[in-house]
Design a protein around this ligand. Structure first.
Ligand SMILES: [Ca+2]
Length: 272
């Protein structure tokens, strides 16, 4: 014969000495048998720190917890406990509720690993869950893109536009509340060229081999022409799209120069 029991757990939230059968019940389960039962409950956000009595009761098959109270079942089940007396077990525990830390706003916002399309956001906090709101610089707070419940102190934004200014806000997700939003932290994707951007700006020199006029696909400044021993043969400081090198002796030369964005180029040319 199997006797089915119920488990009820109360916490005397208002410390009045009574276990209210609705508001104080934090866990209940019917039809339990031998075994281990796990449960969880939330501490109401308004609960002051302090000591609270937690009661766990195992009720016999004749007494079952139903919402609002303990129901005494009618009838009898042979070989189960006597319905006319309390059957089961009651254990009381002291539940100590302590104040958690305040739900502080994250600090030390930063952005690193900026590429032409992504950036790694980071911040400092003792918490472990965060919301980020981001958008182009100057976006209206509340109308940005929001990423909720980020676990950890960093997040990588992808699919950003190059040459664009962005900013982000972060706040902490605490168990029952959220911190204030941080001040915005701005970052810019300008000047961080991806490989494809660099190749677009790659300078070409033509013709090569060259007899007299050497043309550049883009303006080049600080032009130096050296022989293979490294000796500078010719130097031009102005910005040019072409140079005349008909006075150079035939041979192989190295030409260096700076292009827009202060990118240094080094090319080998053959003078005919
Ligand atoms: Ca109570």
């Amino acid at each position: 014969m199997i006797c089915f029991d119920s488990i009820v757990v109360w916490v005397d939230w208002n410390n009045d000495g009574f276990f209210n059968n609705t508001s104080d019940v934090v866990y209940s389960k019917d039809n339990v048998q031998n075994g281990v039962y796990n449960g969880s409950f939330r501490i109401p956000a308004t609960t002051p720190a302090g000591n609270y009595r937690l009661r766990v009761m195992l009720l016999s098959s004749y007494k079952t917890y139903v919402s609002g109270g303990i129901r005494y079942n009618s009838g009898s089940i042979p070989n189960c406990e006597d319905k006319d007396s309390f059957a089961g077990e009651t254990e009381d525990y002291n539940l100590v509720i302590v104040n958690s830390g305040p739900c502080d706003t994250p600090t030390a916002l930063n952005v690193s690993n900026i590429t032409s399309s992504s950036a790694a956001l980071s911040w400092q906090s003792t918490g472990d869950s965060f919301d980020v709101e981001w958008g182009e610089k100057g976006f209206t707070k509340g109308q940005g893109k929001i990423i909720n419940d980020i676990k950890g102190n960093s997040y990588i934004l992808n699919s950003l536009k190059n040459n664009t200014d962005y900013e982000f806000y972060v706040r902490q997700n605490c168990s029952s509340e959220k911190s204030d939003w941080s001040a915005p932290f701005g970052f810019s994707l300008s000047g961080s060229l991806s490989t494809s951007d660099i190749s677009k700006k790659e300078i070409t020199l033509y013709p090569n081999p060259v007899k007299d006029i050497l043309y550049f696909s883009n303006e080049v400044s600080d032009i130096k022409i050296s022989d293979l021993s490294g000796r500078v043969i010719k130097q031009i400081y102005t910005k040019e799209k072409s140079i005349n090198i008909e006075d150079l002796a035939s041979g192989v030369y190295i030409i260096t120069g700076k292009t827009e964005g202060v990118k240094t180029i080094t090319k080998k040319i053959i003078k005919q």
